[in-house]
Design a protein around this ligand. Sequence first.
Ligand code: PHE
Length: 344
Amino acid sequence: MKERLEELQQEALAKVEQADSVQGLKDVKVEYLGKKGPITEVLRGMGKLSKEERPVIGQLANDVRESIAQAIETKQTALEDAELEKQLEEESIDVTLPARPVKVGGPHLLTSIVEEIEDLFIGMGFEIKEGPEVETDYYNFEALNLPKGHPARDMQDSFYVTEELLMRTHTSPVQARTMGAKDGSEPVKMICPGKVYRRDTDDATHSHQFTQIEGLLVDKNVRMSDLKGVLNAFAKQMFGADREIRLRPSFFPFTEPSVEMDISCKVCGGKGCSVCKGTGWIEILGGGMVHPNVLEMAGYDPKEYSGFAFGMGPERIAMLKYGVDDIRHFYTNDVRFLEQYHKA
Ligand code: PHE
């Protein structure tokens, strides 16, 4: 019986040694230490032994059990450690791998241009105003001296929401709104950037939705020379100190007199080339002295107050400044176009 126990011990220890997984080890445990295992079997047969032999074999059997259990436990810890080690190894991150570059966005060219223009006018003491894009017929046309049936309404065909509500065709309604919100004696000095809408067929120079920046200054003794001075300062800061401006007579129902402003062509320096269509000048914006009717409708006495107003398209400014040849580039949002204008 002693030999049998020693044999079992060796056998079991060898199997423990060979076990290469936690599960395999469990099987060995069940096989040798389980209730139906060979050691239990041996112990059952102890009744047949002599009185002297019984405690000796009992002791031995216990020692054998103990040594096997011990070996299993040690091996189990080793196997668990190895398994954890393996898992950690598989899941480990190689921190030496070079990182994938992160694509960083930037402001849209149009946003940058509008902000640049805003900064220039803020520097001259103008404040920024905003107005609704869905506008009433009154503010979009009537308050700007364009009564119903006025032929100049045709120049600004629009998208109507109802008979009286439309997508604003220009930012000029913000003039009327800003003046109207004052008591008729407070000076106004504001610019208004925003989206405008017209019923146009989109092409390289037309878009049914584009951007405008309106400017308005109302006070006592405001003259055309003030308008010219402000626009000249704007043009030189925007396009360069070497650029000249000129004002040409024009027509807008809400300004009288009305002008259009050109800047000298940069490409030919004023001699005439294909960019300026041979004239040496490039049209930039429209403006003029606020029409007395407009002042009056907004509550200002035109005998005491005068003002100038102007309106420009930031897309056009950006096209001229950066040589963009199609207004649709601003709205199709091709990153290959846009990322050229991201400032570092
Ligand atoms: N609102 C005019 C337009 O869209 C531009 C303009 C603004 C002209 C202010 C004069 C004064 O064409």
